[in-house]
Design a protein around this ligand. Structure first.
Ligand SMILES: [Fe+2]
Length: 404
């Protein structure tokens, strides 16, 4: 009896071990599967943003407009969505600094609150201008409609027609449906008004509910405007929380809301719409004038700069202002022939020593503090001022002449 009991106990222990081993194995397999799914998801969502696309969200304070630059890293090909006329220099500098080839300026619609920078970018970069065939914009290189594809490198944006704010509103979705650029159709916790430009609240309701809300919940919403400092949302968030169309709101709720808003007339409507019909072409069809005294560039950070090579070959036409401290000039002693030495900390007090009859070129060791000097001069009324790009370090590197 005893031996049979022992045997039964041994079987039970063995059985228990086997079950535990099986359950551990099942847990391990489940863990591996979950890890694999998570890693794949992370890789999928991260790969677009981190490895193959350059993405910039840019803001125009005056009109609270967002512009979006998307570029594919390998080919450097780019598209710009909803640019702003007054931000042309900023946008052009960014394209040049990042070494991007702009293929297209895309308009989500014919805007009523700002003038597009599309025409200016077309004439400075040779890009195409694209918008909806119903946008009313006359100078399009390509008309877009539902499911049109806008490729850049190995990426592309797909067009969804989202009329309602205007008759010609479109949204752009990335290949992986992780980003959607909604223009004024869907804003963060809001939407575009529908009381002018052939707007229709009913149409906008269906554009948002049927088309935009059909995108994945984690798709990030990038609108054309925000007036409260918010930068992005998601389809899931707007489905749940948008006060006009989220949650249980039906067509009547939405239309009733929009038709009773009684918003004031947009300030720029009478200027912006006619200008945007021409894709932002100025009346004189001229690009903004470059200064006539030298080939300056304006960097993305807004600094007016000029190359040391140009300054060195035009020494008699410019005034060079070296703003290094006396300690630096004492230690290094090297300076550019004819340069006036006024340390940056003395500049405001000695401002009247600087002539106004020639363009002033500010310089320091690395070209950083001299930016401040150029800004001070401009604030004090000097119109022709530029910072020597890269300062004395670049001047030396390029083998330009100095004296001791
Ligand atoms: Fe708009």
């Amino acid at each position: 009896m005893e031996s049979s009991n022992d045997e039964s106990q041994a079987h039970q222990i063995l059985d228990h071990h086997n079950k535990t081993r099986e359950s551990n194995l099942v847990n391990l397999v489940a863990l591996i599967c979950i890890s694999f799914i998570l890693v794949s998801y992370y890789y999928k969502s991260d790969s677009l943003m981190a490895s193959s696309i350059i993405f910039k969200q840019l803001f125009d304070q005056a009109s609270a407009t967002y512009s979006y630059l998307l570029a594919e890293k390998a080919s450097r090909q780019a598209v710009f969505i909803d640019t702003v006329y007054e931000q042309h220099k900023r946008d052009l500098s960014l394209l040049r600094e990042l070494d991007l080839e702009l293929l297209a300026c895309l308009e989500t619609h014919c805007h009523a609150d700002h003038v597009t920078g599309a025409w200016l970018l077309k004439h400075t970069t040779d890009c195409k201008i694209m918008a909806s065939e119903h946008s009313g914009i006359e100078l399009l290189d390509k008309s877009l409609s539902s499911r049109s594809n806008v490729p850049f490198g190995n990426q592309a944006l797909t067009v969804i027609e989202t009329p309602g704010h205007t008759n010609g509103c479109i949204s752009f979705v990335t290949n992986d449906k992780l980003m959607v650029f909604t223009g004024d159709s869907l804003l963060i916790r809001g939407c575009g008004r529908t009381d002018f430009q052939e707007g229709s609240a009913k149409q906008l309701y269906h554009s948002i509910k049927d088309d935009l809300f059909a995108l994945p919940d984690d798709c990030i919403v990038y609108p054309a405007h925000d007036y409260s400092g918010r930068t992005a949302s998601t389809i899931g968030e707007e489905k749940a929380l948008n006060p006009r169309i989220g949650g249980q709101a039906n067509e009547n709720d939405f239309v009733g809301y929009l038709e009773n808003m009684q918003l004031p007339h947009p300030k720029k409507l009478d200027i912006a719409v006619p200008a945007n019909i021409k894709a932002g072409r100025p009346n004189n069809e001229q690009l903004p004038k470059q200064p006539d005294w030298g080939p300056v560039t304006i960097s993305y950070s807004g600094v007016t700069e000029i190359s040391p090579q140009w300054v060195a070959s035009h020494m008699n036409k410019v005034h060079i202002l070296d703003v290094r401290t006396t300690i630096e000039t004492g230690e290094e002693q090297t300076r550019i022939r004819s340069a006036q030495l006024i340390p940056i900390n003395e500049l405001r007090d000695r401002i009247n020593e600087i002539p106004k009859d020639k363009p002033v070129m500010t310089i320091c060791r690395s070209g950083k503090r001299s930016v401040l000097a150029a800004n001070i001069l401009r604030e004090m009324g000097w119109k022709k001022v530029a910072n020597v790009s890269g300062g004395l370090l670049r001047w030396y590197d390029e083998g330009l002449s100095t004296i001791y």
